[in-house]
Design a protein around this ligand. Structure first.
Ligand SMILES: Nc1ncnc2c1ncn2[C@@H]1O[C@H](COP(=O)(O)OP(=O)(O)O)[C@@H](O)[C@H]1O
Ligand SMILES: CC(=O)N[C@@H](CCC(=O)OP(=O)(O)O)C(=O)O
Length: 310
């Protein structure tokens, strides 16, 4: 393959030629993975913390376009927690969290929808389109994509065992994902970018945790992968070392012994639910790493923690 005496390569300085050949080899090495995922659906959850500087956001967008170009069906579901926080602070609206979920009153849900379905969604769509793709922005209201009911949470008092119902306001729990609109874009160059906003029976607007929304969409699409882009390398063990693979049973054990805590718990629960619901595997990975999505899908080592059934 690397005939250094060929008329094309003999003219080129050796270092440059080796670099070209390495690039060509990298592309060639990706071929089996492109064949593996070609025609399959990959849902990418792009978290608010993973949306770093502009250069990184453009790189993410290019990676998504590349997936589409090689025949994979990517669906981007984005978050925006830090961006909502900033806007609420600017408007002097207080916000509190229960179990990692934002308590969402009417004024807050209007802001959440504006930030998620408005500015962030448009930014991601623009980045993908600047990278040569054809992205289309949707919220869970479009095409009846995500029907919700009000999320019911209870809290048990450890002393009295009395359960109290917590009111999180307009926080939605997906009850039905209608994939009609997403399937409509398959086998085309159109890339759906979904904001985690849902609709209710009475026409209400619901704020959905973005991990939950991505998991529900991945399950409904029976995706080959659910990629959760966050701001840690993946699931870390007690010594802060990355765990590359987990079965559902392993993940449950790590939650029980406290290795997995805080914001990682709902993430893992979403992955478990998605995998139990028919998604081949879910991956928790660092979205701030350049080309994280390509590394995960097109290299033998992958990029983060891969969770599969057993
Ligand atoms: N075992 C673990 N491995 C990695 N992260 C963990 C673990 N246990 C708890 N965490 C916490 O989970 C956080 C990721 O969840 P979260 O902040 O909700 O992410 P996002 O905002 O991207 O949805 C990490 O920043 C880390 O503090
Ligand atoms: C109910 C609920 O908490 N909704 C989230 C939606 C955004 C989100 O989940 O964004 P990240 O993925 O960036 O955290 C919120 O209001 O912050």
């Amino acid at each position: 393959m690397s005939d250094s005496n060929s008329p094309i390569t003999s003219e080129i300085p050796a270092a440059e030629r080796d670099l070209w050949l390495r690039k060509a080899q990298t592309l060639s090495d990706a071929l089996p993975y492109m064949c593996q995922f070609g025609g399959k659906r990959v849902v990418v959850k792009y978290g608010g913390h993973a949306m770093g500087e502009e250069a990184l956001a453009l790189q993410f967008a290019q990676d998504i376009v590349l997936l589409n170009q090689v025949g994979i069906e990517p669906v981007v579901v984005h978050g925006g927690g830090p961006q909502i926080k900033k806007m609420l602070e600017r408007l002097k609206i207080q916000s509190e969290f229960i179990d990692g979920l934002r308590v969402t009153d009417k004024a807050t849900v209007d802001i959440v929808e504006m930030v998620l379905a408005g500015s962030i969604n448009a930014e991601i769509v623009t980045a993908i389109n600047r990278s040569g793709g054809f992205a289309i922005g949707l919220s869970g209201k479009d095409g009846n994509l995500i029907k919700c009911r009000k999320l019911a949470r209870t809290k048990k008092d450890p002393d009295s065992s009395i359960e109290t119902v917590l009111d999180l306001g307009f926080v939605g729990e997906p009850v039905e994902v209608n994939t009609h609109i997403l399937k409509h874009f398959e086998q085309s160059d159109i890339i759906p970018v979904v904001a985690p906003i849902g609709y209710g029976e009475q026409g209400e607007t619901f704020n959905i945790n973005a991990d939950t929304a991505a998991g529900s969409i991945a399950g409904a699409l029976q995706a080959a992968r659910l990629l959760m882009l966050t701001d840690v390398p993946g699931v870390l063990d007690k010594n802060k070392k990355l765990i590359p693979d987990l079965t559902i049973a392993d993940a449950r054990r790590l939650m029980e012994d406290g290795t997995i805590s805080g914001g990682m718990i709902p993430k893992i629960e979403t992955c478990i639910e998605a995998v139990e619901g028919g998604v081949e595997a879910a991956v928790i990975m660092d979205g701030r790493m350049p080309h994280a999505v390509l590394l995960e899908l097109f290299t033998p080592r992958g990029a983060g923690t891969l969770i599969r059934k057993g």
